[in-house]
Design a protein around this ligand. Structure first.
Ligand SMILES: *C/C=C(C)/C=C/C=C(C)/C=C/C1=C(C)CCCC1(C)C
Length: 268
């Protein structure tokens, strides 16, 4: 037991020690490069959030531990990608599309696992729910990447991606997953499921907004995207990651700590 605790404590400490070695600044951050500054701030915030989520697994009930670990993995994977993305941006002023999508391809399915874990806490969540959410995720992200990277028409990629997102929304608001969550769930589980739904609706809507600004709004007379376009795209995607990775993890943590406290008998 104590050994296990020690081990759990060592993981965040080890990560903290190892992470700065990837924080190699390839070029100087200019004081007026606000997009670059946002990359920098968010990479540090993601690193701190990772340590926090992993550390806090020690003080929540069993069934919430996995959820917090998954939140920590999401912020950890994103932190490493932010170091790379910051370097690409600071050195070239270009959008780090490939790193962005590798990050999303790993972290969005992990967020889907969070959903599934919450549902499983309620009862017998079928594996089918998870696979459908995963397929929706791929239909949303792959065409988005093909569009942004120039392998597919940028409008077609956007439209198919939106359909994937709508399918996920359908599944969590009206599909089997929605039914499960409204049936016999405890108040804490029900409220975290609700929170997740709103994150996927409102929080995730920030991403297509970034895409629209980056490819459809800031274009010149020749139809070429401008410097303002890539600045807007990256600022908006960065903001979206703060909401959907850090704030989202904090909401899970809040639900976990309130329920764990409620479950404990009052101290004598
Ligand atoms: C941690 C990263 C997250 C939660 C990333 C989420 C990404 C999206 C919700 C992306 C959505 C997109 C569309 C709905 C349309 C096509 C363009 C995308 C890929 C930006």
């Amino acid at each position: 037991m104590t050994f296990q605790k020690l081990l759990l404590g060592l993981v965040p400490v080890g990560m903290l020690a190892a992470l700065p070695s990837t924080a190699f600044a390839a070029a100087n951050l200019e004081s007026d490069d606000f997009v670059g500054i946002s990359f920098w701030l968010i990479s540090m915030a993601l690193m701190a959030a990772t340590v926090f989520f992993l550390w806090e697994t020690q003080s929540v009930d069993g069934k919430w531990k996995t959820s917090l670990v998954v939140s920590g993995l999401v912020t950890f994977i994103a932190a490493v990608h932010y170091f790379y993305m910051r370097d690409v941006w600071v050195m070239t002023g270009e959008t780090p599309t490939v790193y962005r999508y590798i990050d999303w391809l790993l972290t969005v399915p992990l967020l889907m696992i969070e959903f599934f874990l919450i549902l499983r806490a309620i009862g017998h969540a079928s594996g089918g729910i998870f696979w459908r959410l995963l397929i929706g995720t791929l239909v949303m992200l792959v065409p988005g990447y093909l569009g942004e990277a120039g392998y597919m028409d940028v409008t077609v990629g956007f439209i198919i991606g939106m359909l994937g997102w709508f399918y996920i929304l359908y599944e969590i608001f009206a599909g089997e997953a929605a039914q499960m969550a409204t049936d016999n769930a405890s108040p804490a589980v029900q409220s975290s499921y609700n929170t997740m739904r709103w994150i996927v609706t409102i929080g995730w809507a920030i991403y297509p907004l970034g895409y629209v600004l980056g490819y459809f709004v800031y274009v010149d007379d020749m139809g070429q995207t401008t410097a303002a376009a890539s600045e807007a795209l990256n600022i908006v995607y960065n903001l979206a990651d703060v909401v959907n990775k850090i704030a989202f993890g904090l909401l899970i943590w809040y639900a976990a700590t309130s329920e764990s406290k409620a479950a404990q008998p009052a101290a004598a």
